[in-house]
Write a protein that binds this ligand. Structure first.
Ligand SMILES: NC(=O)C1=CN([C@@H]2O[C@H](COP(=O)(O)OP(=O)(O)OC[C@H]3O[C@@H](n4cnc5c(N)ncnc54)[C@H](OP(=O)(O)O)[C@@H]3O)[C@@H](O)[C@H]2O)C=CC1
Ligand SMILES: CC(=O)C(=O)O
Ligand SMILES: [Mg+2]
Length: 543
C-alpha cells in the first residue's frame, strides 16, 4: 500500500480552488445518525459561546470558516452584532498581536521585500486568479492603534474581507487577503522565535516605493478585475501610495477614505440633532480633531463636504476645522509641519503653542470633538464636561481602535454630559440605561462603508475610485436610518441591516462612478434605480 503524504498547506489551497462548500458528508455509518444542518448551526453557536475568552472565540471561528465556510457566513449574517467584535475590532487586534503564536493554517498571500523582482510569480501562485475581485492589502505598519505589528497584520486583511463577504455578499473565493512583509521596527517581534516574518527592520521609503510600484503593476496584470483596499499603512505611506496609484489603478485607502465617509455620515445625522437642540444653524458647527494622522486628516478632508453641501466655500469650510497632534493645536506659525497637516494648519492663531486639551476646547469652542489619536482616555471627564458646558447636545466621537485605546468610554461620555451626548466610537460599547432611558452608542467604523463601496466599485468595474464615489457611499449611509432607528436616537443603522445598507450604498456608488465616467460596466447606466438595486442584490453571494 502506498501512503501519499499531502503537504500541510494543500487543504487550504485545494479549498480555494472551489466555490465555498460545506465539508463533504461522510458515508453512512461514519457520521452520527442525526446530524441535521439547522441543529448543527445551534451546536456551533453553543460551542462558540462556550469559549471563555474572546481570542478563543476568534480561533474557533477561524477554524469554522476553514472547515465549513457556508456555515461560518450563515452564522455571521445571523449574529452580526455578536460576531463583529470577534472577527473584527476589538478582538482582531489581539488576533494580530498573537498571530505568530496562534498561526494554524495559511490564508492569503504574503509578499516580502525579498520577492522584489519576482512578485509576479508569487502572485500567480494564487489558485483563483480569474475570480479575484477585491484584495485588502496591509503592510502591518499601523494595525488599528496597536502600532507596527509586521507580518502579524495579516488578520486585519482577513477580518475586513470576512465583512465584505458577510456584509456585501462578495463571493469568498473572489477575495484575497494580502500582507506585505517589509520588515518591522518592533523589537519584540524581531526577538520572538515564533515570529513568522522577516527578521529585519523596515526598509527605507525609496526601496519600499520601488517594491510597491512592482507590486501594484503585477497585481493589475495577475488580477485584471481587482479592486485594492489599502489598510493600516503608517500615515506617511498611507497618503503617499494613495496619491501615487489612485489615478492608475482601482484602489482606495480605507483609513483615509472609508473612515472619512463613515464619520461624515454619522456627523450629518448628529449635526442635525445637535443643531435642533441648540437652535444654531448647521453651518455654525466647529469640529476639533484630536489626532492628525491618516485617519484624523482623512476624516477632516471628508467633513469639508458637510459644509460645502451647506453652500459654504472651500475656505469657509476649512475655517470650521481644527486639528491637534502630539504637539498641540496645529497652526501655521508653530514650525515645520508634516505635509498632510499643512492644509488644516490654522492661520488665525500665532501665539505660543497650546497643548492642553481643555485650553484648546475653551479657545476653539467646538460643537464636535473627534478622537483619532490612539490615546486611551484622552477625553477626560473634565474635557467631556467642558464639551457639555459649551453645547446643549455635544458631539463626541472617540474613534480610536481597539476598545482599550478609545479616547473615552460611552459610560464616561454619558456621565460627563448627564446623558446628553451624540456619541460614536470606533469599537463597540454596550448600551446604557440612564435615568430610566436607554441610550445607544453609535459605532463610527469604516465597516459600514467599505463593503458597499467595494461592491459598487466591483459591479461597475471601475477603473479608479473617485472622491465622488466615496462621498456617495457616505450620503447613502447617512440616509439609510429607518424611522425606528431615528426614534432611538441612533446615528448609524443597526449592523444586522448591513446587507441591505451595502446594497443601497453600492447603488449610490455606481451612480457616482457613472457620473465620473470611471465605470466600465456601461450597460448599467440605462437601469432605473430600482432595477439597479435589484441587479446589485442579485449579485450578492448567499451562504
Ligand atoms: N473608527 C474607524 O473606523 C477608524 C479608526 N482609526 C483609528 O484611528 C487611530 C489613528 O490612526 P492613524 O491616524 O492612522 O494613526 P497615527 O498614529 O498616524 O495618528 C495618530 C495621531 O494622533 C496624534 N497623537 C498621538 N498622541 C497624541 C497626544 N498625546 N495628544 C494629541 N495627539 C496625539 C499623533 O500626533 P503626531 O502627528 O504629532 O505624531 C497623530 O497625529 C487608530 O487608533 C485607528 O485605529 C483608523 C481608521 C478607521
Ligand atoms: C477600523 C480601522 O480601519 C482602523 O482602526 O484602522
Ligand atoms: Mg484600518
Amino acid at each position: 500500500m502506498t501512503i501519499v503524504l499531502t503537504p500541510y498547506w494543500s487543504n487550504g489551497v485545494q479549498r480555494l480552488k472551489m466555490a465555498p462548500q460545506p465539508p463533504p458528508k461522510p458515508p453512512h455509518g461514519l457520521a452520527p445518525p442525526t446530524l441535521d444542518d439547522d441543529i448543527h448551526a445551534q451546536r456551533c453557536m453553543a460551542q462558540f459561546r462556550g469559549k471563555d475568552k474572546d481570542i478563543e472565540k476568534y480561533i474557533y471561528l477561524s477554524a469554522l470558516k476553514e472547515r465549513d465556510p457556508p456555515m461560518f457566513y450563515r452564522l455571521a449574517l445571523r449574529h452580526m452584532s455578536e460576531f463583529t467584535p470577534i472577527i473584527y475590532t476589538p478582538t482582531v487586534g489581539q488576533a494580530c498581536q498573537e498571530y505568530s503564536k496562534n498561526y494554524r493554517h495559511p490564508e492569503g498571500i504574503f509578499v516580502s521585500i525579498k520577492d522584489k523582482g519576482k512578485i509576479r510569480s508569487v502572485l500567480r501562485s494564487w489558485p483563483k486568479l480569474e475570480d479575484a475581485r477585491i484584495s485588502v492589502v496591509t503592510d502591518g505598519s499601523r494595525i488599528l492603534g496597536l502600532g507596527d505589528l509586521g507580518i502579524n497584520g495579516m488578520p486585519i486583511s482577513i477580518g475586513k474581507l470576512s465583512l465584505y463577504i458577510a456584509g456585501a455578499g462578495i463571493r469568498p473565493h473572489s477575495t484575497i487577503p494580502i500582507c506585505l512583509d517589509l520588515g518591522t521596527n518592533t523589537q519584540k517581534y524581531l526577538d520572538d522565535p515564533l515570529y513568522l516574518g522577516l527578521r529585519k527592520k523596515r526598509v527605507p521609503t525609496a526601496e519600499m516605493t520601488e517594491f510597491m510600484d512592482e507590486f501594484m503593476y503585477e497585481m493589475s496584470q495577475a488580477f485584471p478585475k481587482l479592486l485594492v483596499q489599502f489598510e493600516d499603512f503608517s500615515t506617511d505611506h498611507a497618503f503617499l501610495y494613495l496619491e501615487r496609484y489612485r489615478n492608475q489603478y482601482p484602489v482606495f485607502n480605507d483609513d483615509i477614505q472609508g473612515t472619512g465617509a463613515v464619520v461624515l455620515s454619522g456627523f450629518i445625522n448628529a449635526a442635525r440633532l445637535s443643531s435642533q437642540a441648540s437652535g444654531r444653524p448647521l453651518s455654525s458647527h466647529r469640529i476639533l480633531f484630536f489626532g492628525a494622522g491618516s485617519a484624523g486628516v482623512g476624516v477632516a478632508m471628508q467633513l469639508m463636504s458637510f459644509f460645502t453641501l451647506e453652500g459654504m466655500t472651500e475656505e469657509e469650510a476649512r475655517s470650521r476645522i481644527y486639528l491637534i497632534d502630539s504637539q498641540g493645536l496645529i497652526y501655521a506659525s508653530r514650525g515645520p509641519l508634516a505635509e498632510h497637516k499643512e492644509y488644516f494648519a490654522r492661520t488665525d492663531y500665532s501665539g505660543p503653542p497650546i497643548t492642553d486639551l481643555i485650553d484648546i476646547l475653551e479657545y476653539v469652542k467646538p460643537t464636535a470633538l473627534m478622537g483619532l489619536s490612539t490615546m486611551s482616555g484622552a477625553f477626560t471627564m473634565e474635557a467631556i464636561q467642558t464639551m457639555a458646558a459649551l453645547n446643549p447636545l455635544p458631539i463626541i466621537f472617540p474613534l480610536s481602535n481597539p476598545v482599550k485605546l478609545s479616547e473615552c468610554t460611552f459610560e464616561d461620555a454619558v456621565r460627563g454630559t448627564d446623558g446628553k451626548v451624540l456619541f460614536a466610537s470606533g469599537s463597540p460599547f454596550p448600551e446604557i440605561e440612564w435615568k430610566g432611558k436607554m441610550l445607544y452608542p453609535g459605532q463610527g467604523n469604516n465597516m459600514y462603508i467599505f463593503p458597499g463601496l467595494g461592491l459598487g466599485a466591483i459591479i461597475a468595474r471601475c477603473s479608479s475610485v473617485s472622491d465622488s464615489m466615496v462621498e456617495a457611499s457616505s450620503l447613502g449611509l447617512a440616509n439609510s436610518l429607518t424611522a425606528d432607528e431615528k426614534a432611538k436616537g441612533l446615528l448609524y443603522p443597526v449592523i444586522e441591516r448591513i446587507r441591505e445598507i451595502s446594497g443601497d450604498i453600492a447603488v449610490q456608488v455606481i451612480r457616482a462612478a457613472q457620473a465620473a465616467g470611471v465605470d466600465h460596466h456601461t450597460d448599467l447606466r440605462s437601469k432605473s434605480d430600482a432595477e439597479l438595486l435589484a441587479f446589485v442584490n442579485g449579485r450578492m453571494w448567499n451562504p
